[in-house]
Design a protein around this ligand. Structure first.
Ligand code: KIV
Ligand code: NA
Length: 265
């Protein structure tokens, strides 16, 4: 199998072929979505929410991200594996950012890292890139800043924030990032940025004009049923399938239907 690289993504953008991305945090799921032909697997710090049950992405640690990344990397034969640098592991200084990114690359075997922000983390991005580590940016609704925003509402609706986002996207391109996520911003703004910036944009809640799309796997599979923003399309109701199967199992054990003689030695 031919592996997806950061260069593949740039080729896809120039051919106007859309880039498909999903999150994964464990071996079994990563194996399935890699086999299904996804181009990018993000080991997102959304693991803090969907794996660990935290309310925000802030509590997850670098060690925990590395554990998830190792599990995903073991499963993946084709996709590009990108890992989120967690909150607090890259904003303090460029040395800290490099140390964190190097740990992820060395200890997990992943192919790239992702960091939230533009101008304010410019030095951290440059330092990581200068070590030969590919960086994906992330602009718009950046969940590690949720306590600054105060809500999960759409970002960059006002001119000042929209202008900063455009400047930040150009900056990520100039610094040498290979792609960037645009999260929960107006579709028209995402279109403008996507058309003016050379590297591919990966949208989530950013409309149809981005170069690629990403969703959190547990959300699109209907495992996490409470979360239903407008941008989320449900591709399955796995939560219901699991509930049904487990209730049936409980029933079968209670009634001694399981195991049968055929299922015994
Ligand atoms: O952590 C995550 O899942 C993400 C994507 C939603 C872009 O950052
Ligand atoms: Na994230």
């Amino acid at each position: 199998i031919k592996r997806v690289t950061t260069h593949t993504l740039q080729e896809l953008k120039s051919k106007k072929e859309k880039i498909s991305c999903l999150t994964a945090y464990d071996y079994s799921m990563a194996k399935l979505i890699d086999a299904a032909g996804i181009e990018v697997i993000l080991v997102g710090d959304s693991a803090s929410n969907v794996m660990a049950g935290h309310e925000t992405t802030l509590p997850i640690t670098l060690d925990q991200m590395i554990y998830h990344a190792q599990s995903v990397v073991r499963a993946v034969k084709r996709a590009l594996v990108v890992v989120d640098l967690p909150f607090g592991s890259y904003q303090g200084s460029s040395e800290e950012a490099l140390r964190s990114a190097v740990r992820i690359m060395k200890e997990s075997g992943a192919h790239a890292v992702k960091m939230e922000g533009g101008e304010e983390i410019r030095k951290s991005i440059s330092r990581v890139l200068s070590a030969g580590i590919p960086v994906m940016g992330h602009l718009g609704l950046t969940p590690q800043s949720i306590y600054k925003f105060g809500t999960y509402a759409v970002r960059a609706k006002e001119e000042a924030e929209a202008q900063k986002l455009k400047d930040d996207a150009s900056l990520l391109d100039e610094l040498g990032c290979f792609a960037y996520v645009l999260e929960k911003i107006p579709s028209t703004l995402a279109k403008e940025v996507t058309e003016s910036v050379n590297i591919p944009s990966i949208g989530i809640g950013a409309g149809p004009h981005c170069d690629g799309q990403i969703l959190v796997m547990h959300d699109m599979l209907g495992i996490n049923k409470e979360f239903k923003p407008r941008f989320l399309r449900r591709y399955a109701d796995i939560g219901d399938v699991i509930l049904g199967a487990v209730s049936k199992y409980v029933d079968d054990v209670k009634t001694s239907d399981f195991p049968s003689e055929n299922e015994a030695y």
